[in-house]
Write a protein that binds this ligand. Sequence first.
Ligand SMILES: *Cc1c(COP(=O)(O)O)cnc(C)c1O
Ligand code: SF4
Length: 351
Amino acid sequence: MNGDEWKKLLRQSCTSASELGEYIKLNGDEQKWFDSADNGLSLLVNPYYLELARTSEAIRKQCIPTSAELLQTAVESDDPLSEDENSPLPRMVHRYKNRVAVLVTDQCGMHCRHCFRRSFTGQGRLPLNREERKDICSYIEKHREVKEVLLTGGDLMTLDDGPLIEMLTAFRGIREDLLLRLATRMPSSLPQRITPYLVEEIAKLGPVWIITQFNHPDELTKESRRALDLLRKGGLPVMNQAVLLKGINDQEEILAELFQGLLVQGVKPYYLFQGDLAAGTSHFRTNLERGWEIMRNLRREISGLAMPVYAVDLPGGGGKIPLSESYLVERSESGFCFQNPEGRSFIYPDE
Ligand SMILES: *Cc1c(COP(=O)(O)O)cnc(C)c1O
Ligand code: SF4
């Protein structure tokens, strides 16, 4: 395969209703979004992902906007996680003591309609420049408690190989044992981006974990499996963060198939996120009760290895917490009483 195919596909992305017309016919709800003057996160969908949208409703909903996005509910905001408050430097969020997140670029391989960074995504800022990078690197050097750098955006795999490797090499240069975590949706949104050359170059850079985002089994295509194979054979550990999305994947059978499918590809399901309170995403949010019910039922269907942690990033900068529903029923004299997923009670003696 041509190593530059992804660039061509990305360049051919649709950004308007008329360009979409070549692939799909918009329905009324979708058209309404395009007819509105102020419609938030712009349209960006590359031909690879769009081709999948032609036959999969779950894919279509992730990339084609509808009028529901025009609604901003009272609890939603542009900065739902108060990241601005936790940014000691312009493109860096230091919310947890031992790790920082760096917003390398605001470009993505597609614009996901559920994106919670939507006030940052696709705004056409320049990628992190040398000066900004130097400032961030010296901050991390000074803060020895930082053990991990999460490189995110946007999607830094939209950078060309040269600048991407240069970026990773610069962060690697801080400390050899610094864990680099590279967040990218490319394996699902534009898997052609994952080339043997890129994998080989990243693998040379010591401990780098790849975090990707698959939300539906329809995204596990021949192309994306090839990308995941390359990453696995190249020795790069891959984990998946899925978002729980109403009308897309909020069903046990769908998630079971997704997590099992990922596991078979060597990808560990890491988080299943409850939707953040980003403006215009209320139609995608399931309620917590349903989320817990799904997790309980999944526990019976798939192995522990296939189970992600159901989590939420608390509004107002509270950070990520596991939304674990306790299996503990009560503490009695003889010990702790737990209920298993089948609803039967058992005592674990407290001695
Ligand atoms: C999500 C996130 C991290 C990583 O959190 P984990 O629970 O370790 O996956 C780090 N920094 C910021 C700002 C984040 O939003
Ligand atoms: S790839 Fe990530 S940052 Fe980009 S639009 Fe999708 S969810 Fe948002």
